[in-house]
Design a protein around this ligand. Structure first.
Ligand SMILES: [Zn+2]
Length: 238
């Protein structure tokens, strides 16, 4: 074993000890020990405006009832999919299809859906992978991956978008012409760019120019006009 590996293991051991010594709330509910878990009834009544974040958690054993397969429902040739298992809520995906059809008409193509609905277990795995990178856990005050339950991908109303050029994924979606078109027109199709740089202190999530959330046209246009993020629009800033 190299010295580097020994040192790394020793540091991980110390971090584990530190976590064990912390109050249960800190270790089990990263970000917000006083978080509440949504009930299925509340999720259903909130509909497209359901708020899921570090303070309002998605319940562990609940998934949206009407998820559809994107590969089965997408119009031929309109949008790529990172893999064939992606699912989402039908109203949100139909809105995405309408938006990307309008983009195509305006001359913008090459879009790919990188992520859509995520189960609690899938989010837990992503989160665990991030936590294993102990540097990000120790030195980043803003997590790059929401904790399980805190991701709005659980709603089936959110999409991470990218742009493909041939078989290459272009980095920096927000800087591409396709990304800028979506950013300028998304509200007309019921979407908001959910995590903006200037709202980071409210959302607790870094700027994510690729992450779009369906909220319905009326709410999306109102938020775009007022410059509010979802927490502000719902008057639920913690
Ligand atoms: Zn996302």
């Amino acid at each position: 074993m190299t010295r580097c590996k020994i040192l790394r293991r020793w540091i991980l051991f110390c971090i584990t000890l530190l976590l064990l010594a912390m109050p249960a709330g800190c270790a089990s509910a990263p970000g917000n020990p006083s978080a509440v878990t949504l009930t299925p009834e509340q999720i259903q009544s909130d509909g497209n405006l359901v708020l899921v974040n570090a303070a309002h958690l998605w319940p562990e054993n609940y998934e949206p009832e009407s998820l559809i397969s994107l590969i089965e429902e997408r119009p031929q040739g309109l949008v790529g999919l990172r893999d064939g298992s992606l699912t989402a809520q039908p109203e949100a995906f139909q809105a995405l299809v309408s938006m990307l059809e309008a983009a195509k008409e305006a001359g913008y193509t090459g879009y790919i859906v990188l992520s859509a609905y995520r189960s609690y277990e899938q989010q837990a795995q992503l989160y665990q992978e991030e936590q294993q990178d102990w540097l990000s856990g120790l030195f980043s005050s803003v997590s790059q991956t929401a904790a399980p339950g805190a991701s709005e991908h659980h709603t089936g109303l959110a999409f991470d978008l990218g742009v493909m050029e041939g078989d290459q994924l272009i980095s920096g979606f927000g800087d591409t012409p396709q990304g800028q078109w979506v950013n300028a027109h998304c509200a007309d199709f019921g979407f908001i760019q959910r995590y903006a740089e200037d709202k980071q202190d409210i959302t607790g999530i870094i700027d994510e120019p690729w992450h779009y959330r369906y909220v319905g046209i009326e709410a999306a246009q109102a938020m775009t006009a007022s410059g509010e993020c979802l927490e502000e629009y719902l008057n639920m800033v913690d």
